[in-house]
Ligand binder design. Structure first.
Ligand SMILES: [Zn+2]
Length: 331
């Protein structure tokens, strides 16, 4: 994906801010990129880093020269990327940057750059180390920090950086763009709720956690279309075995929430998100009677995934709630 083009077209304010800074030689030493879940913040941070060292800047990164390509390959000695997307960032990670940058730059551009992705996932010791590092900026050291959850970032970090706020994009635009790239409608409809960019959606379509969660969602919907006891049995047979990882379970519960939000939408005549599920939504809106309470149960259960709870028991609890409330209403 050409990030320069993406930023120029989809995030013009962010693009222009950074363009002006580099064009007038008024770069800050630390940038904080803030955007909602699914915004390509890390990819944008890498693009900005490239723009500082590109051999052929226009004035932003060309994304084609040897330096830009080496950064893509993770092969540029003066760029360090620490990614908090999978695990929390520790003090030692920050110290490793400081130690590495104590010596002079290796590459001929003489600029040393670090990217910390998801700074909301730093331990408090790591944040303190980072604060000290940001307090004493070196002339040739540049930082790009990203976060999806601004409320979890210390104001002192925010005040020491220049913030770049990425706007959230209309889901329908992202969905249609993914369909134009060849995504099935149902995948585009589901994934546009998680990712703010069609190229990322195209990558996630192949992701096994997503595929298992999608199949589980569709099996759940078809099970709910049968009678209640059969539904519980079918979900045990067809859904539970697919949801082995926490990540698949998270996807599944998020998608089930979206489906139940649509049940509420269709009940009160609001537009729905999952147009591929229109038939099922119409059948189930009159079959299930406590949709709002079920939605709350699904959402609160999601927060329990990380508490080492048995995923099978969690799913039982949700499905029993959806189905049994149904019986209590005499259906
Ligand atoms: Zn370049």
């Amino acid at each position: 994906m050409k990030m320069g083009l993406y930023l120029k077209n989809r995030q013009p304010t962010v693009y222009q801010t950074f363009f002006n800074a580099i064009n007038t030689n008024h770069l800050s030493h630390a940038y904080l990129l803030i955007g909602e879940q699914g915004t390509p913040l890390l990819e944008s941070a890498i693009f900005f880093a490239k723009s500082l060292v590109c051999r052929n800047p226009r004035p932003l990164a060309c994304e084609e020269c040897l330096t830009c390509l080496r950064i893509d390959e993770g092969n540029y000695a003066d760029l360090i990327i620490i990614d908090g997307a999978q695990k929390s960032i520790k003090k030692d990670d920050v110290h490793a940057i400081e130690e590495r940058f104590e010596t002079s730059a290796v590459e001929s551009k003489g600029k040393m750059i670090y990217i910390i992705n998801h700074i909301e996932n730093m331990t408090s010791e790591a944040i303190n180390s980072l604060l000290k590092f940001l307090e004493e900026p070196s002339e040739n050291i540049y930082a790009f920090l990203t976060c999806e959850n601004e409320s979890r970032v210390l104001p002192t970090i925010i005040s020491r950086s220049q913030t770049l706020h990425f706007k959230s994009l209309d889901k329908n635009i992202v969905k249609d763009a993914a369909i134009n790239l060849g995504a099935e409608k149902i995948d585009a409809e589901l994934l546009c709720n998680f990712y703010n960019n069609e190229n990322i959606i195209m990558q996630k379509i192949e992701d096994s956690d997503y595929l298992n969660a999608k199949e589980s969602l569709l099996n759940t919907i078809s099970a709910l279309n049968t009678n209640n006891r059969e539904a519980i049995v079918k979900i045990h047979l067809n859904v539970l075995p697919k949801l082995k990882s926490k990540e698949a379970m998270r996807y599944y519960l998020d998608m089930l929430s979206i489906f139940f939000q649509d049940l509420l939408n269709i009940t009160i005549g609001r537009p729905i998100l999952l147009s591929t599920q229109l038939n099922n939504l119409q059948i189930l809106k009159s079959k299930l009677f406590h949709i709002q309470e079920s939605l709350i149960t699904i959402m609160t259960s999601r927060s329990q995934i990380d508490m080492n709870i048995n995923l099978g028991l969690l799913l039982d609890h949700i499905i029993n709630y959806i189905v049994e409330g149904d019986e209590k209403n005499g259906n």
